[in-house]
Ligand binder design. Structure first.
Ligand code: PRP
Length: 185
């Protein structure tokens, strides 16, 4: 969960254009396709609801090896500026990942708490491998170290929306990533 923002904000300038995102997604998909070539069974793209759906969908579309999609959901730790670090599973895996290669797909990694929690959870199901592909990495906000296998962009500590990322459930549909800025008007 990104650092909180509340009321009185408006959509600011683009941090990443749609074209820049799509170009990077294609590069990531190329790397994933090369790394997972020749698997006996499809690679499982594990998308974390809701923010990663746009990224996981575009990534999956450009990956050239067979993939399955699965989805998990965790409770957001809400509007707190300082995270409690307490994450709860709201929707579990629907696929049996035992012995399978799993690539967790996230739109953004901030404190790392969500990913760390989910990694531990998925590992209990004994996948053949588990790696992380993240579009946006707010590296300076990290609390829990997490290994990032595929990274789209490292971004500064600004509240960003678009391409899956929301502010009060708005802006997920935007093709670019924008900064959210205070609305002084
Ligand atoms: C975002 C993002 C990650 C999490 C990362 O989800 O999709 O799951 O925050 O934050 P962390 O590294 O500090 O744990 P969010 O809680 O905003 O829910 P959403 O995907 O439904 O928008």
């Amino acid at each position: 969960m990104q650092q909180a923002a509340s009321g009185g904000y408006r959509l600011g300038p683009e941090l990443l254009t749609a074209a820049a995102i799509q170009a990077r997604v294609a590069e990531l998909a190329g790397a994933v396709s090369r790394d997972y070539e020749g698997l006996d069974r499809p690679l499982i793209l594990l998308s974390v609801l809701k923010g990663s759906v746009s990224f996981a969908t575009d990534l999956g579309r450009s990956i050239t090896v067979p993939v399955n999609f699965d989805y998990v959901a965790v409770s957001s730790y809400g509007q707190a500026t300082v995270s409690s670090g307490h994450v709860m599973l709201l929707k579990d895996l629907s696929m049996d990942v035992a012995g399978r290669h799993v690539l967790m797909v996230e739109d953004i990694i901030d404190t790392g708490l969500t990913t760390a929690f989910l990694f531990e959870h998925v590992q209990r199901h004994a996948p053949a491998s588990l790696k992380l592909c993240v579009l946006l990495d707010k590296a300076e906000r990290r609390v829990k170290p997490v290994e990032v296998a595929y990274r789209g962009f490292t971004i500064p500590n600004q509240f960003v929306v678009g391409y899956g990322l929301d502010f009060n459930e708005l802006y997920r549909n935007l093709a670019a990533v924008h900064v959210l800025e205070p609305d002084a008007t």
